[in-house]
Structures are given as C-alpha cells and as structure tokens.
Ligand binder design. Structure first.
Ligand code: SF4
Ligand code: SF4
Length: 545
C-alpha cells in the first residue's frame, strides 16, 4: 500500500500526498510514521487501563509525546530513526503486557508484532489515515491527532525546561485511545476536538511559564539582520534550552551565533541578550533555507522543524538534535543526565568555515509578548479610545512556499494606517521587513514570538476585554486572518476556538483533512471562513474608511 498523508497545508492537489510528500517525505517514512502513531494509540490504550487501576506509566507518556512530535511536518525524515523508534515502542508494549494484568481484549489485540522493515511497512500500510473509512469520523479523528501533535511539540519544549503537567500527558493518552474506539459518535468526537483546544491553551500556558521563568519575559527588541566578521552557527527551530546550551558553549570560542526562522524570537529574551557573540537573525522563513544556508557558509543546527531536504553543497554542514532528523545530517544526542548537550562538533566545524555572506542589513523589531504589551497597556487603551487604533488584526501562524501566500504581504501593505498587526509564528516574515510605521510609538506590527506565543495574543485579548468591560471577547476591535501550514498551527487554531474566538479567517486554503460536514460544523458554530482577495477581505474585516 502506498502512503497517504494530508496533515499539512501543502498536501498534494489540496487532497493528500500519495507518492511522495510535497515536503520531501518519502513513501516509506510516511508509512513508518503511520505505524508509529498506531503504536502510540495502542500504548495509550494500555496506559488508560493503567490510569484506571494503577499509576500511569511514565515511559509511555514520554514515548507518546516524543513520537507525536517526531511525526510533525518537516521535523524528521530519517527512516532509520523511525524503525528504531517502532522497535522501542514494541519493546515497551511487550514490557507493559508482561508487567501488568490487562483485560483479555487488550492482550488479544496486541499479539501482532513486526521484525523487519518490510513487515513494518506492511503493517503501517493498513493502519494509516485511510483505515478509518467514514470520512467525517476520519476527519474528526485526524483533526484531534494533528492538534495533539502540535500540543506534544509544545509539551516537549516545556519538559526540556523541567516543566510538565501530568494532566497533559493523560489527555494525550485519552485522545489517542479514543481514536481507536469505533463506538464514539460524531458529536463525541467533536467534543474531543474542542477539548483538545482547551488542552492546547493549557500546554501553551505551561510552555510560556517555562520559557519566561527560565529566560525572563520577552521585551521590545531591535534585532540585527546583518552579519559580523567571524564564522557563525545558525540555529533554527524552537527549543530555547538548546539555544542556551549553544550560547554557553560558543562563548569565547571566536564563533558567533545567529537565529534562523522560528528561532528569531530567542533574540527577545533577556537571558540571551547578555551574550555578545549572539549577533542577531540571518534570513527569513524556513522555506528559504536552501539559498540562505548556502550563503551562511557555516554550520546549521535544527532543534525542531522545519527542515527542507538540502542541496548537496551544504548538506554536510547541517546538524539535528531533539526530535529533528534527516539522513546524512549528524544528530547531536540528548543530554541524558548531563546538564548540557554537547555541541563541540558543531563548534569545531564552524571554526573551519568562512563568515556568513551579508544578504541584508538593518533591524527588525519584536518582543511583544503579553508582559511587554501589558506594560504598554495604558498607551494601547488610550489609542483605541481616541480612535488612533481602529482595529487589531491577528495575522499569526505560518509561512510556506506557495505563491498564493503573497496575499499576506499584500494584505499587510494595504491595511489602513490605523490598524495594528498582532503576530506570532513564521507568518511574520511575509511583512516584518515592510516599513509599516507606528501609531503614537506603538509599532504597527507587534510580534509576540514563536507560534506557541499565540498564547500571548490570547492573553492580550482577554486583558483588553477586561479593561473595556466587554461580556464577549468577540466584541473587541480584533479580527483574525490566520495563515496555517502544519500541526502546531492546528493546535493554535483549536486553542483559539476553545477560548470562544469566532469568525477566524484561515488560509491560504482550508485543511484537506476537514470533510465537508466538519467544515460545516466549524462554519456554523465558529464562523470559520477561508480567504478571498485582499480587497474583498479588507472590506469584510476592516470595513471601508
Ligand atoms: S506533511 Fe504535508 S507535504 Fe508532507 S506528506 Fe504530509 S501532507 Fe504531504
Ligand atoms: S509558525 Fe507554522 S510553520 Fe512556523 S513553526 Fe510554527 S506551525 Fe510551523
């Protein structure tokens, strides 16, 4: 059986990748990922049983979190890594079955096993997405699972900073085990989707607490986008503890550190600003990495997604760590019981490289997470009351390759001067270098940070609701025009829905995994809509001047 994957916005022909992923994921890797997710569902069935009669098994909690994260779009393309993970999962399942007594139906359904890669591919081929025949049930199951993948990624970043919440682990198990339950109705599955959003809020709050407790509150910052004269290391992805380890280990080595794409917001944290060799951000969103890694000249470290299959010319300069992986890239192992990961191989590599080639100069401004915006609250409230700010436009989310995403640059350019863009995630690279000016000292683009920092945007909205004494969050002068690409954006969307936000416009296309009936539910209950032309959407969202 060949692959079928429709988890991201670039799903082939808007319906699903069936031969090879548009992202570069091979047929084999896609099927191995399906088997890994299936194994996580079965392990979760066992763990739900554990929870009801004894303690949850921590080995399962961690295995499930890491596996969900590893299957996110553009995180891990490494076939051998998935084969090893499946073997590890089977060993864990067999250990649980040997250690505990389970009801007969559970032990009976878990008698299957696979030894070789061929057997794994054969099994994976029959337990993937299409094994659920009813398209609405499939849509609701996958909507929950994709949200859960995003949630798992955020939970793992928090876990790396020693912040965790057992209720989040338990919920991951609840969702996964329920997707194996054929007796659940569409209404029950819809409730599960909404509950996934509630746990999305909880998980983003946990990660926010982990990041800000450890590294301080992001603050308004001008980030250098030019280059220095020494060799550098480029770090991408989202993991701030990796960022810290790299900055500490490069100190005094003659090597500079730059962020790329989703790591840009690391520049906003007080704890990282003290490093003189942390120069700034190099380049743009993830999908431009082929040209930008070429001209960077030095090694690149991926702490998470988004990896684009590399050109040969720089492939030997790319390293992965955490859940990221790609065949041929050197993978930096976990910390284990050590305080830091060992990045010495990358540092030695950088010493032999030329400094980055300058591709632009100047600065971009960001750091408007909740604490910074709330510090400016009086100014913001006055500007709204006086009419200087007519509307806030949430343009958070993702960037990606499709030409149709030029819409977001055009939309930002055409917004009237009395509007302010609230953003988070890599969508910002579509407009954060435009000269959009400010309103009485408040920049017209307020970047909260990474996509998980969309939590900050929700906090800001709730604070404004309180200040203006509004009964409903939808009465605020805030409209939503969100771009999505992969599963972290799915959990952000579900989180916003769970907070009661309505009339979100989602583009550039609606997810292929939403069946027509599920789209109808989202339209009727939440007013979800797609995008059309810049002119029509401006009129619809902002109104005529
Ligand atoms: S992640 Fe996206 S591009 Fe990659 S195989 Fe799946 S749907 Fe296709
Ligand atoms: S903003 Fe979107 S594409 Fe970028 S890392 Fe987050 S979810 Fe992925």
């Amino acid at each position: 059986m060949s692959m079928f994957c429709y988890q991201c916005q670039e799903a082939a022909k808007g319906s699903g990748c069936t031969v090879k992923g548009v992202c570069g994921k091979t047929d084999d890797v896609a099927i191995l990922q399906d088997l890994l997710i299936y194994l996580c569902k079965e392990l979760s069935l066992l763990n739900q049983e554990n929870i009801s009669v004894r303690q949850t098994d921590r080995r399962v909690d961690l295995f499930v979190m890491k596996s969900l994260f590893a299957t996110i779009t553009n995180a891990n393309f490494h076939r051998a890594a998935f084969v090893a993970r499946i073997q590890q999962g089977l060993e864990l399942r067999d250990a649980l079955l040997a250690e505990n007594a389970y009801p007969n139906e559970l032990t009976t359904r878990m008698q299957w096993t696979v030894q070789s890669e061929e057997e794994m591919l054969a099994k994976g081929g029959v337990v993937g997405v299409l094994s659920t025949e009813n398209e609405d049930v499939r849509s609701l199951r996958e909507l929950s699972i994709y949200g859960l993948k995003g949630l798992a990624a955020y939970a793992e970043h928090a876990y790396n900073l020693k912040f965790e919440d057992q209720a989040i682990f338990d919920f991951m198990g609840e969702v996964l085990s329920k997707t194996l339950n054929d007796t659940l109705t569409a209404d029950e599955l819809t409730a599960l989707v909404l509950k996934t959003g509630e746990f999305g809020v909880k998980t983003m709050a946990l990660l926010d607490e982990a990041n800000t407790t450890t590294y301080g509150n992001p603050e308004m910052t001008s980030v250098n986008i030019g280059v220095g004269t020494r060799p550098g290391i480029l770090i991408s992805g989202h993991d701030l503890r990796d960022m810290e380890d790299l900055l500490k280990q490069t100190q005094g080595t003659g090597i500079d550190v730059y962020t790329h794409s989703e790591m840009l917001p690391a520049n906003y944290y007080p704890a990282f600003k003290k490093y003189d060799h942390f120069i700034g951000n190099y380049g743009n969103a993830w999908w431009k990495q082929k040209e930008e890694f070429e001209s960077f000249n030095g090694p690149v470290l991926f702490t998470t997604n988004c990896i684009v299959p590399p050109a040969k010319s720089y492939a030997n300069r790319v390293y992965t760590t955490g859940e990221a992986g790609f065949e041929g890239f050197l993978h930096i192992p976990e910390r284990g019981d050590k305080e830091m990961k060992d990045f010495s191989a990358i540092i030695e590599h950088a010493k032999k490289c030329a400094p980055p080639t300058e591709i632009e100069t100047g600065e971009i401004v960001g750091g408007f997470a909740h604490a910074q915006v709330l510090a400016l609250a009086d100014k913001v409230v006055d500007a709204v009351k006086s009419g200087a700010i007519r509307k806030f436009v949430v343009m958070a989310g993702c960037d990606a390759r499709m030409k149709s995403r030029n819409y977001y640059t055009d939309f930002a350019k055409e917004l009237p001067n009395d509007t302010v863009i609230l953003t988070a995630g890599c969508a910002k690279f579509r407009y954060n270098k435009l000269k959009l000016g400010d309103i009485g000292g408040i920049p017209r683009v307020l970047d909260a940070g990474q996509c998980n920092d969309s939590y900050s945007l929700a906090i800001i909205a709730m604070k404004l609701q309180e200040v203006f004494g509004l009964a409903d969050i939808n009465e605020l002068p805030i409209v939503y025009n969100i771009a999505w690409y992969e599963q972290k954006a799915v959990i952000v969307l579900l989180a916003l829905l769970s907070l009661g936000v309505k009339d979100i416009h989602l583009g550039p296309t609606l997810p292929a995994f939403l069946s027509p009936n599920v789209v109808n539910v989202l339209v009727e209950n939440f007013g979800i809509a797609g995008i059309s032309t810049v002119e029509a959407d401006l009129e619809n969202l902002i109104g005529l001047a």
